[in-house]
Design a protein around this ligand. Structure first.
Ligand code: ARG
Ligand code: ZN
Length: 849
């Protein structure tokens, strides 16, 4: 571990910067190993700030010269930045620094990817480009001149000059440095245009490396739809003459909303039917929308400090989810989001990495781009909208944009617009931002003389640093069904604000069956003692599509838990209820495909742990396999009909309708493969003409212990395509049988195409291993050791990606003592690695704590 104690930054310590920046001029002389960056920055004292220390962040910079108002100065330089004495009046700071983008493997600041220059500055990467107050509350206009002998030279804002070997860009909108971007390289554009509602013409370009032109059309359409949707639904118009998107192969995250110049991981933008699955298309559409929506929620209104990250991320995730619901199927989107929340956010909220939606301290902010900040942050906004109603939500958002345009804001500012719009006191609601952990809501029922009483109690388990929790405001959407399955009370929202609270429904003819937490109206764990027969009743009758799916999910879960803990047989309520749903051709195929899903093995392990049972990964794996087999047998006659859904009419379209059909067909093929050993999957593989069907057939073959030949053929067919090769690496590991997973993963790390410095490739392989629950938890500890080896190897190269991947270990305390010992040994081995990055040090120490 590093010798220097890591510094912790606290929300409560916020103070404004001593100086205001009026303008920034940057000149880049590009060279792979010696790029020169000249800055000319107009500062003036900030009357609101008491601390007038002139400190500029700067890391890994070689300072060539600096001057103030034209006079050379010699600042005090450390490895974190510099301080200088400055006049108590407006002044111009100039500096020249040299940087080495060609050796920047951390992919933060200015770096190179396949010969192309690009940047990633969020959260604190700009300080690796030049000396600057690199904090989001310092906003300025930027003018950027790029000198470099490359065909395409891009930065933020509008183009304001261009010649041979140079280009100038001016961004008229004041912005924080984290939204700065520069791209230079040999790129080609897929171009289009958009006319905003007030008649402004915007040039749209999607820039890619030559050869990728054929993968741009879908992304461009998604962009145009997003621009239109934000005008129609939020009244938000685009505000520059040009909007550029660039695809980059080496990128730590999904994408980045730099003003007017979004930079995307190529996996989050490039798409074609032959190389991308339906799920890829949907994800790409959502990410393009997300980054575009940031133009208002993030860029025009930004964050005061990084503790407020959810201000832009929670809101923008919420907005992109609304967009996807409008473009596709709202119930399917909601169910998918809840599946994701349970798979990624619940483990975080219920383990050593738990933190509030608005964290109160951090060592490395990059470690807080989490499912809690993003996805739970979006759930919190959804609850707010449910509580105040759609109309008040729209009014509050209008006020937010009007009041705070051009500002760097806080969660307090955000809640205030809702308080001012509705007159509601949101102080208790604010606990959603400050208390970590997933609330449990327990249900009790009472029935007497036509009155039905629902008593709800809430409690939130302790999380690191928060032993006691106060009650939160939980909107619980409830409907009541009568004994014949008719809805006797439509959905109403109960506001649970106390630790325990009763709600009565009067004038009922018979004891109703409650449908609670419809639409998953709050990110909580509902504890309701229902019998399998009651669940089956809801599965057959609930009018709320989410809760109908949830009833099936609960039946599946309870069956699996019974099989694991009591050696019970697969439940007939589940099998019969599922069969009835699958037979109902009036139901959306996408929805039926979701019904066929099961909780993940990791989720089951978490539930067992919650019940005080130590999860045995192999027992969980066996139960899931057994239930799958029983399901296949139970639905045998129906499977060919379900499978034929994937043979759609007409050319491939990645829309909701066709992809829903393929999802159902693929789910059916997986069950068929359990009965025929993969015979039909081999036929389907041979005739697949799109990646969705090709990959689903290949998955079935691998799961059947076959597919060697197909795997080799797939490699030959796609070895030239990085994004498809990521799938090839990931699939083999994720679907390997538990006993073979560590060895298959290890062998693949020796493959010549395992370019481990590429985050997508590293994540494909190591993430695939972590996803293979029983394989990752192989009793030998071989997978733990393999992952630790590679984390140790990657850390000095790319701390961010290393630190993120550490979360594979976050659930370690659920497992038995032998496995805990094996994992602890690996965590300690990582922690004791000399010169471990701040990112990984923080993650490992939190996981170990
Ligand atoms: N703001 C980006 C988004 O759209 C994510 C950037 C995250 N970058 C990072 N280094 N953690 O969500
Ligand atoms: Zn975002």
């Amino acid at each position: 571990m590093r010798d220097a104690a890591p510094t912790t930054i606290y929300l409560k310590d916020y103070t404004p910067f001593g100086y205001i920046v009026d303008s920034v001029h940057l000149t880049f002389d590009l060279a792979p190993h010696a790029t020169r960056v000249k800055s000319r920055i107009a500062f003036r004292p900030n009357p609101e700030a008491s601390d007038k220390t002139f400190f500029l962040h700067g890391e890994e910079l070689k300072l060539i010269r600096a001057s103030i108002d034209g006079a050379e100065v010699t600042p005090d330089v450390t490895d974190k930045g510099l301080t200088a004495s400055v006049p108590d009046a407006p002044f111009v700071w100039e500096a020249e620094v040299e940087i080495d983008p060609g050796n920047n493997t951390a992919l933060e600041g200015l770096y190179m990817s396949n010969g192309m220059y690009c940047t990633q500055c969020e959260a604190e990467g700009f300080r690796k480009i030049t000396y600057y107050p690199d904090r989001p509350d310092v906003m300025s206009t930027f003018t950027v001149r790029i000198n470099g002998n490359l065909p395409v030279l891009l930065s933020n804002g509008n183009p304001t000059g261009k010649g041979k070997g140079w280009a100038e860009w001016t961004d008229p909108w004041p912005k924080p440095a984290y939204l700065f971007a520069l791209v230079a390289g040999d790129l080609v554009a897929h171009s289009d245009g958009f006319t905003t509602k007030s008649g402004r013409h915007v040039d749209l370009n999607l820039w890619v490396r030559p050869g990728d032109e054929g993968k741009c059309a879908f992304g461009m359409e998604a962009l145009k739809k997003s621009m239109k949707w934000d005008e129609d639904v939020y009244g938000r118009e685009y505000d520059l003459d040009v909007f550029n998107i660039v695809a980059v192969d080496d990128f730590n995250m999904g994408a980045m909303e730099n003003k007017g110049l979004n930079i995307f991981n190529s996996s989050a933008v490039l798409a074609s039917p032959e190389t991308s699955t339906d799920a890829n298309f949907e994800r790409i559409e959502a990410i393009i929308a997300h980054e575009y929506f940031h133009n208002w929620t993030g860029n025009r209104i930004t964050c005061r400090d990084w503790f407020q990250l959810c201000l832009k991320e929670g809101l923008t995730v919420f907005r992109d989810a609304q967009f996807t619901s409008d473009m596709r199927s709202a119930p399917v989107k909601r169910i998918n989001d809840v599946i994701e929340l349970r798979a990624r956010q619940f483990p975080e909220d219920n383990g050593p990495l738990a933190h509030p939606v608005r964290p109160e301290s951090f060592q490395e902010i990059n470690n807080f781009y989490t499912a809690t900040v993003y996805e739970k942050g979006a759930e919190v906004i959804g609850m707010l909208k449910t509580l105040v109603g759609d109309e008040a939500y729209a009014k509050a958002l209008d006020l937010y944009f009007e009041r705070h345009d051009g500002q760097a804001c806080t969660i307090e500012d955000w809640l205030k617009v809702f308080e001012d719009t509705t007159g509601r006191d949101l102080s208790q609601f604010k606990r959603w931002y400050s208390q970590a952990g997933t609330p449990r809501v327990k249900v009790e029922e009472d029935w007497a003389d036509g009155t039905y009483t629902l008593t709800l109690s809430q409690s939130t388990p302790p999380t690191p640093g928060q032993p006691e929790k106060l009650p939160q405001v939980i909107p619980v959407a409830v409907g009541l069904l009568g004994p014949n399955g008719d809805e006797v009370r439509g959905t109403e929202v109960l506001e649970l604000t106390d630790a325990r609270q009763s709600f009565t429904f009067e004038g009922l003819a018979a004891k109703p069956v409650p449908s609670i937490l419809r639409g998953f109206s709050a990110p909580v764990i509902l504890e309701q003692d229902s019998t399998p027969a009651q669940r089956a009743f809801m599965l057959a009758h609930d009018t709320d599509p989410f809760n109908r799916w949830e009833a099936g999910r609960a039946l599946a879960t309870e069956t699996l838990l019974g099989m694991i803990t009591r050696d019970a047989a697969p439940g007939s309520d589940y099998l019969d209820g599922l069969l009835a749903v699958m037979r109902d051709d009036a139901l959306d195929p996408a929805y039926r495909a979701l019904m066929l899903g099961l909780p993940t093995q990791s989720e089951l392990a978490g539930m067992l742990h919650d019940k005080g049972v130590t999860p045995d990964p192999m027992a969980i794996w066996t139960a899931v396999e057994t239930l799958r087999q029983a399901t296949a047998q139970h639905m045998q006659d129906l499977l060919p009909r379900l499978h034929s859904q994937s043979l759609v009419d007409g050319p491939y379209r990645p829309d909701a309708e066709q992809s829903g059909k393929r999802a159902l067909g693929s789910a059916a093929l997986a069950l068929i493969s359990r009965l025929d050993g993969g015979t039909q999957a081999a036929t389907e593989y041979a005739r697949a003409d799109n990646m969705t069907l090709q990959l689903s057939a290949l998955s079935c073959l691998l799961k059947s212990g076959k597919g060697e030949a197909e795997l080799a053929a797939f490699y030959e067919q796609w070895r030239h395509d990085r994004l498809v090769m990521d799938k090839w690496f990931g699939l083999q590991v994720a679907l390997a049988s538990p006993d073979r997973a560590p060895e298959i993963a290890r062998r693949l790390t020796e493959h010549p195409d395992f370019n481990w410095k590429n985050p997508n490739r590293f994540r494909a392989l190591m993430g695939g291993l972590a996803m293979n629950h029983a394989g990752f938890h192989h009793a030998s500890g071989a997978s733990y050791e393999l992952l630790a080896d590679w984390l140790i190897r990657l850390d000095p190269v790319n701390p961010q990606t290393t630190a993120r991947m550490c979360s594979a270990f976050q659930t370690w305390k659920r497992y038995d003592a032998d496995r805990q010992d094996l994992i602890r040994a690996q965590l300690i081995r990582i922690a004791e690695t000399p010169d471990l990055s701040r990112d990984t040090t923080e993650m490992i120490s939190r996981i170990l704590a």
